[in-house]
Design a protein around this ligand. Structure first.
Ligand code: NAD
Length: 335
């Protein structure tokens, strides 16, 4: 099938071109983001392939539908930038990659924990500068800490197992608890307020939904222990960034590690080193010594890229052949 591929990076071209040997779709790569202004590029493409910061709002979808697009193939798990209701009304099917490497994201969350705790980001630069002082590099043992896992699905479960390996106690909060979590040694489900009040480290692994938007806000931050480490590898808008900044200033948040940021679509996945970033909130966040930001790279392992390409191309083949769409995202109206 003819596939218009948006937000294409060199690594996308490489992994999809390699995997496409087995699928033989006609891939056209566009570097630009999918949005109402660029949707016109997909004229006569029955399939559009998009990533996390492409915008498939009602306007984009209406343009795509009028031009003949019938399938939106997300090469990611989250679908919060797709207007599913409008897609359903327009007859555009939506498929995604529900799991590619949950290990990639969970391991990155653990990397943020270690980087912040042991101040690896400072130590690396210091030693390169021939400064071998230990002042300001003091960490704490993870062994014996209490880790709160918000969202105990595929990624949250692996993160919990990793932290168990360090000898941590685990508190879980999930709208739909699963027995797998309580089967882990030293793990139990609690209410969100209990998790907030008792965790030394809190890691977010739930999807961005209307009910999880700004789950971390002034009120929930106030319930945390002083000096809590907060990790977000899920979606930026789970955290009210302005409230997090106040939390850092007050000391409630002692460490912040984020791979996602609420307004990241204007910043991430591009080299802006020659420009002035106009997002004051982001610049302020960056300026704190106890904040580590990575640019939505948690998924970015060789294994994950191979799995993303294979599943996306298989989803497109299923559609082309009229097979059931096992990875379809079906619009479910609120009851
Ligand atoms: P998953 O569906 O397996 O797990 C999500 C869990 O969140 C489920 O257990 C679900 O019951 C729970 N949940 C749903 N609503 C909730 C609520 N209101 N409160 C608390 N928990 C709730 O998903 P996953 O594969 O583990 O992925 C988790 C998230 O990670 C995705 O939604 C995505 O946003 C993010 N993600 C980020 C990257 C990255 O590169 N940074 C990559 C992949 C996924």
């Amino acid at each position: 099938m003819k596939v218009a591929f948006f937000s294409a990076k060199s690594f996308d071209r490489k992994s999809f071109t390699a995997a496409n040997v087995n699928y033989q779709h006609e891939l056209t790569f566009f570097e630009g983001q999918l949005n109402p202004n660029t949707a016109v590029l997909a004229a006569d493409f029955p399939v559009v392939c998009m990533f996390v910061n492409d915008i498939a709002n009602a306007t984009t979808l209406e343009i795509l539908a009028a031009q003949g697009t019938r399938l939106l193939a997300l090469r990611c798990a989250g679908y919060n930038t797709v207007d599913l209701q409008r897609a359903a009304e327009l007859g555009i099917k939506v498929v995604r990659v529900p799991a590619y490497s949950p290990y990639a994201v969970a391991e990155h969350a653990a990397a943020l924990v270690l980087t912040l705790n042991r101040k690896i980001y400072k130590a690396y630069n210091r030693v390169r500068d021939d400064n071998f002082s230990l002042e300001g590099l003091l960490g704490f043992d993870l062994h014996g800490c209490t880790v709160g896992v918000v969202g105990t699905g595929k990624i949250g479960m692996i993160f919990a197992e990793i932290m168990k390996g360090f000898g941590c106690y685990l508190l879980g909060y999930d709208a739909y608890p699963n027995n797998g979590f309580t089967a882990i040694d030293n793990a139990r489900y609690v209410s969100l307020p209990e998790l907030l009040a008792n965790s030394d480290i809190i890691s977010l692994h739930c999807p961005l939904l209307p009910e999880t938007h700004h789950l971390i806000n002034a009120n929930t931050i106030a319930q945390m222990k002083p000096g809590t480490m907060l990790i977000n590898t899920s979606r930026g808008a789970l955290i009210d960034t302005a409230a997090a900044i106040e939390g850092i200033k007050s000391g409630k948040i002692g460490y912040l590690g984020i791979d996602v940021y609420e307004q990241e679509d204007e910043i991430f996945f591009q080299d802006l080193s020659d420009t002035v970033i106009l997002d004051d909130t982001f610049q302020l966040l960056q300026s704190f010594q106890n904040v580590v930001i990575t640019a939505h790279q948690a998924f970015f392992t060789r294994n994950a890229l191979e799995a993303i390409a294979t599943t996306t191309l298989a989803n497109i083949s299923d559609f082309a052949e009229g097979q059931p769409l096992k990875n379809e995202v079906v619009y479910q109206p609120l009851a």
